[in-house]
Design a protein around this ligand. Structure first.
Ligand SMILES: Nc1ncnc2c1ncn2[C@@H]1O[C@H](COP(=O)(O)OP(=O)(O)OP(=O)(O)O)[C@@H](O)[C@H]1O
Ligand SMILES: [Mg+2]
Length: 288
């Protein structure tokens, strides 16, 4: 059984991390897959957020919702298609995407944080002109409402931060004409982390990290290794936009970028407060 002394030691071991990260911004992408893993892990995620906030770290959460969107589209009898991990989004699909992301998942995360004594406010890219973008054309293909972010207006995040609310961001953007855009949540997290010059971007997903062709965890990857793994098809599907987001965040000045297993209880604390870390760290290449 753990003694009082061991408990004290755990807290003291966390002290250098608390001192280093006090006042720093962490952007945390919580994948829809991780959210679907069951109640307990998601609740532990909310607890971790509240703890981070109370020790003076500024968490900004961006969530996904791929499996939940597919599930509702299936129940509504709607067909869906992916191109390189990106959902082709016609007008009907966009309605479902926005309903599930801002109407359901966003609210669930906000509520979980409040249940643990934290303070959170849910926003989408439409609020206060936060994420403005345009439709994205992929290899000459029309992907409907799939968008890319053109400008980030972080004013709303500063406002929430000043009053100590954790922003929970649904990755829905808006065009200058007011049309809704389906933004890949990894891309949204990367762009927001870049705009805030975040200390860390942590991608919480439904695998142990980035895996090689034998299913082994890759502890650290740089740009060249990632491009080669994508070229060989080892990194595929939803992991492609995630890796692109990680590289973009590093290029835009984010300090550190990690892909970790959001299905593990308290994965966030393990990543932040232990020297070993968990999952895959994405690093700048040698020459950069
Ligand atoms: N080399 C790889 N290592 C790990 N996962 C991989 C790899 N290549 C492809 N994948 C797939 O990528 C998936 C993770 O991306 P996915 O988009 O499904 O989840 P997410 O981004 O966490 O959630 P959401 O899209 O809802 O935000 C894994 O579940 C796995 O199926
Ligand atoms: Mg994804």
């Amino acid at each position: 059984m753990e003694s009082i002394h061991e408990k004290a030691q755990v807290l003291i071991d966390a002290l250098p991390y608390i001192r280093t990260f006090h006042g720093k911004t962490f952007v945390i992408k919580f994948g829809g897959g991780a959210l679907d893993g069951g109640g307990e892990e998601s609740l532990s995620f909310a607890q971790d957020l509240v703890l981070l906030q109370h020790i003076g770290i500024r968490p900004v959460v961006v969530h996904g919702g791929g499996p939940q969107i597919s599930s509702l589209m299936g129940r509504l009898g709607m067909a869906f298609e992916f191109v390189n991990g990106i959902r082709v989004t016609g007008s009907d699909a966009m309605e479902v995407v926005e309903m599930v992301l801002t109407g359901r998942i966003n609210r669930e995360i906000v509520t979980m944080v409040h249940r643990h004594g934290g303070r959170a406010v849910g926003i989408s890219g439409r609020d206060a002109g936060f994420l403005v973008g345009t439709r994205k054309v992929h290899d000459g293909r029309d992907l409907g409402h799939v968008g890319e972010i053109v400008s980030v207006n972080p004013e709303i995040l500063d406002l929430l931060d000043r009053h100590r609310y954790i922003p929970i961001v649904a990755p829905v953007g808006v065009t200058s004409e007011g049309e809704a855009l389906n933004i890949n949540a990894d891309e949204a997290a990367a762009v927001i982390a870049g705009a805030l010059k975040a200390e860390k971007l942590i991608m919480m997903t439904n695998t142990r990290g980035v895996l090689d062709d034998k299913g082994e965890l890759l502890g650290s990857l740089d740009r060249e290794e990632i491009l080669s793994l994508i070229g060989r098809g080892v990194i595929a599907g939803g992991m492609v936009p995630k890796m692109q987001g990680c590289l973009r965040a590093l290029a835009e000045g984010v300090g550190k970028v990690h892909v970790i297993d959001g299905r593990i209880a308290h994965a966030l604390l393990l990543e932040i407060f232990t020297p070993e870390g968990v999952g895959t760290e994405i690093v700048r290449g040698g020459g950069e």
